[in-house]
Design a protein around this ligand. Structure first.
Ligand code: NAP
Length: 500
């Protein structure tokens, strides 16, 4: 069952959610659980629910967070086949959750947000979409941080005569067999698909700008009796989830508060490299010069082994140009290739949706942020009333499951909606001073973390060098602060007859 493409966009909705991935489905399910009659609609630019797990279909695509934690707490599943779930089953899971929770009936697909403008006189968002106009009392942005692929601006790319695509928009119609293939980037996506495509290609050239720390992925198939236990005695699965959560929090503690212990992990990564790569020079190229954890630690059992193949080369000079039939590395060497695959990541600190939202001043959120996003509790922004951001600034993690953070945000937002209902609130906006104080605390806590002092440049740091992406401490602290909507820190306006 897919969302009904014929669902029409109404003239008005109370709560409009943009995006039907983990974030959008999760918050919609929470709202409907608490208030089954809630007037809620999700608009989704794709043709189905699933977000990044619908779009990323590259070979080998899987989650690098254990599935026992990377799933909704309210929708456990005993059907996972591996400890680290594969893309297709996560996508299937999300579709099933959408059906089971009834959220599927609230989704309008192939409907892209074009602009949302706050109208102060009516206390409403005026929303323009690719399928018409509507107004909404509350707008929830759940477009994900990793939804818009980042393509590097490389001179000559438009003249390339071969095939080029981004890993998040995999071209399944294109056969890589017998081809000379260039892969640009060595991040979390590349380490998953390069081992899958290397045996197909005639020659694979991987362009690395910065080597990553890679440790083994402790993945295995789930036994039938485990799945049986999960089905029959649900608390067993809960206990597993709890223990994975605790272990991950301990790792978070090291990344955030005890960076002096990180060399232990470097020993694990270096041993992994030594065991899989025979060539000393290749090992040198693959050894990072920054503290482990500063960039996301990658998990792979076959990345290094693949780079050690005779038909795979690693160029550690980056890419500076494209010719009609090849690519040019930073050392000036040209490599003839048939296909270029960009595994160059996403745009989390420059989300395109920020250009579409206009607050009380008429300026867009992107103009307001000016290259350095910030929000109150990663969720609300001064000057943008009745707006919630799922997976907003400083809510990303380097050690645990983003689903935990999204569920924490969902609790906060659901409480705010309850408050609006019960207290007849027309609009609320976080006080600028409260947002400022909050961010001072976050930035100060980030100073001692490996992400800020680990000696690397990463997408956690925005164009101004500020860390506007990471949550600085234990995730349970985030949950604690999101338990209740703290109305006292907001400027709110009650409904007047003209609003109703
Ligand atoms: P990424 O981690 O941001 O890696 C992008 C890679 O492209 C990096 O190696 C980067 O080099 C390189 N790059 C970027 N611009 C370049 C340029 N102009 N020239 C040459 N190289 C360039 O992207 P990703 O691998 O797609 O992963 C993004 C995020 O998605 C991950 O951090 C992770 O959070 C998520 N992800 C999660 C999973 C999962 O299982 N849960 C799987 C895949 C991805 P530098 O390092 O030098 O910048």
């Amino acid at each position: 069952m897919a969302p009904d493409a014929a669902v029409v966009v109404p003239a008005h909705v109370h709560t409009l959610i943009v995006g039907a991935g983990f974030a959008g489905l999760g918050i919609a399910a929470r709202i409907l659980r608490e208030h089954s009659q809630a007037d809620v609609l999700i608009i989704e630019r794709g043709n189905d629910v699933g977000g990044t797990w619908r779009d990323n279909t590259y070979p080998g695509c899987a989650c690098d967070v254990p599935t026992s934690l990377y799933s909704f707490s309210f929708a456990p599943s005993a059907e996972w086949t591996h400890t680290f779930a594969r893309q297709a089953e996560i996508y299937r899971y999300l579709r099933q959750v959408a059906i089971d929770t009834g959220v599927i009936d609230k989704v309008v697909t192939e409907c892209e947000l074009r602009e949302a403008r706050w109208d102060d006189s009516r206390a409403l968002w005026e929303v323009s979409t690719s399928r018409g106009q509507l107004t909404a009392d509350v707008l929830i942005i759940a477009t994900g941080a990793l939804s818009t692929p980042s393509l590097p601006d490389i001179p000559g790319l438009e003249m390339f005569g071969g095939t080029a695509f981004h890993s998040a928009r995999w071209n399944h119609d294109h056969d890589l067999r017998g081809e000379r293939v260039a892969v640009v980037g060595t991040g979390a996506s590349a380490v998953q698909f390069v081992p899958e495509i290397a045996p197909l290609a005639k020659h694979l050239t991987v362009f690395q700008r910065t080597p990553a720390w890679v440790i083994p992925r402790l993945d295995r198939e789930l036994f039938g009796f485990e799945r049986y236990l999960y089905r029959r005695i649900p608390w067993v699965q809960k206990a597993v989830r709890g223990s994975v959560y605790s272990l991950r929090e301990a790792l978070g503690g090291v990344l955030q508060h005890a960076t002096e212990l990180l060399p232990v992990f470097e020993v694990v990564a270096k041993t992994h490299l030594l065991r899989q790569v025979r060539d000393r020079e290749l090992r040198r190229k693959l050894t990072p010069d920054f503290t482990i954890g500063c960039k996301r630690i990658l998990l792979s059992n076959d990345w290094f082994r693949t780079l050690d193949r005779r038909d795979v080369s690693l160029v550690d000079a980056g890419l500076v140009g494209v010719t009609p039939d090849g690519v040019v590395d930073a050392a000036g060497n040209e490599h003839k290739v048939d296909t270029i695959i960009f595994a160059t990541g996403f745009m989390p600190t420059e989300p395109p949706v920020a250009h579409a939202l206009r607050g009380t001043s008429g300026r867009t959120l992107a103009e307001h942020w000016n290259g350095s996003p910030s929000a109150y509790k990663g969720t609300t922004v001064a000057g943008f009333p009745n707006l919630f951001l799922m997976y907003g600034p400083n809510t990303n993690l380097g050690h645990s499951s983003i689903i935990y953070m999204l569920e924490s945000q969902s609790a906060y937002i659901a409480d705010a909606l309850k408050m609006m209902r019960h207290s007849e609130i027309a609009s609320f906006e976080i006080a600028e001073e409260a947002q400022h104080r909050y961010n001072e605390r976050i930035q100060s806590a980030l100073e001692t973390t490996v992400w800020n002092k680990g000696g690397c440049s990463s997408w956690y740091l925005d164009s101004t060098g500020r860390n506007s992406v990471q949550w600085p401490t234990f995730t349970w602290k985030f949950r604690t602060q999101m338990q209740r909507f703290d109305e006292e820190n907001y400027i709110s306006h009650r409904k007047t007859p003209s609003f109703s």
